[in-house]
Design a protein around this ligand. Structure first.
Ligand code: SUD
Ligand code: ADP
Length: 289
């Protein structure tokens, strides 16, 4: 039996760090939303007791380091599943980009195997299991628009963010999330106004959302890779309504309302960046399955 599952990328409309915790993680407040840029996974049940990853992307591991593999293993061990699964990943989301591609693949495997293996788990249970794989996996299980707190795994649903174009530009560099958090100077943070961002989303106020984007990890990644800050400046100059780095980077996204301006920004950046996309904001949870 086979099942096709979609794994959409996320962007952080805002990302704040409150403090460093005893366990080494950082306490965060993030507003996250899914976008229409997705990996596709084909899950095929195997009689033999094996988890097999097929990926043709050279940056994606095809063994136990793959987050999709870890998701399958976790469910298999916890629920004593004796058969196996082949997971073929068609990668579209850039890797190590701040877009949670690996986390979303893991979440898609949790959702898909819950069906194929008839485990009967609720979405909340899948999100809880997802948190054992990585901080972003719980959000990816739900999708939509949400406030993520704790180390990112405590999810509070929000209404869909006002829809618009999202232009994404990723330079040809990879960023280590752990390294970016480690280098953050907690005392020098200029905190984004998370509450006002939530209010803007609740009121469907596009200008309000644009006015309150903020990411405290930007300055760390900008200092390591000044070209990321340059991309942000270029996107502003081309006329995006709001521009921000997503997660720990290096992807920079611009929010744009008008089709013609989206096209101008997209064309303008294609010459400078490794990967450029123009996609819609999804925002709603029900888009996932
Ligand atoms: C920065 C964010 C924003 O959405 O995303 P990405 O840039 O990775 O997409 C997330 O917080 C990343 O989530 P994720 O990539 O799942 O992180 P994890 O695998 O759990 O952790 C990787 C490492 O980042 C650090 N880490 C992560 C989350 C957190 N709240 N505090 C931390 O200090 C820890 O050093 C940890 O070992
Ligand atoms: N299914 C997967 N897709 C992409 N990367 C993966 C996957 N599984 C594990 N990884 C590893 O996780 C790292 C972070 O990848 P990714 O989730 O794309 O980035 P980010 O956390 O910045 O959003 C990569 O360096 C890659 O080696």
């Amino acid at each position: 039996m086979k099942l096709l599952v979609k794994a959409p990328a996320k962007i952080n409309l805002s990302l704040d760090v409150l403090h460093k915790r005893q366990d080494g993680y950082h306490e965060v407040e993030m507003i996250m939303t899914t976008i229409d840029l997705a990996d596709r996974l084909e899950l095929t049940l195997l009689e033999q007791d094996e988890i097999k990853i097929i990926s043709h992307n050279r940056f994606v591991p095809d063994d136990q380091r793959n987050l999709a593999y870890q998701a399958a293993l976790l469910l298999k061990e916890r629920f004593h599943v004796k058969s196996g699964v082949e997971i073929a990943i068609e990668k579209t989301i850039p890797v190590a980009a701040g877009l949670a591609g690996g986390s979303s693949d893991a979440a898609a495997v949790l959702r898909g195997l819950n069906k194929l293996w008839k485990l009967g788990l609720s979405v909340d249970q899948l999100a809880e299991i997802g948190a054992e794989i990585g901080s972003d996996v719980s959000f990816c299980v739900y999708g939509g628009t949400a406030l993520a707190t704790g180390r990112g795994e405590v999810i509070t649903k929000l209404p869909a963010a006002p829809t618009c174009w999202v232009v994404l530009a990723k330079p040809f560099i990879g960023v280590s999330t752990a390294d970016v958090y480690r280098r953050l100077n907690i005392n020098g943070i200029h905190h984004p106004k998370t509450k006002e961002m939530i209010r803007a989303i609740e009121q469907g106020d596009y200008e309000g959302v644009c006015g309150h984007v903020g990411n405290v990890l930007e300055e760390v990644t900008f200092s390591l890779h000044p070209e990321v800050a340059q991309i942000k400046e270029q996107m502003k100059r081309f006329g995006a309504d709001a521009v921000l780095m997503s997660g720990s980077g290096p992807t920079v996204f611009g929010l744009v309302h008008h089709d013609s301006r989206m096209q101008r920004i997209y064309n303008g950046l294609r010459g400078f960046c490794d990967q450029v996309f123009a996609v819609r904001m999804l925002g709603e949870r029900h888009m996932l399955d």
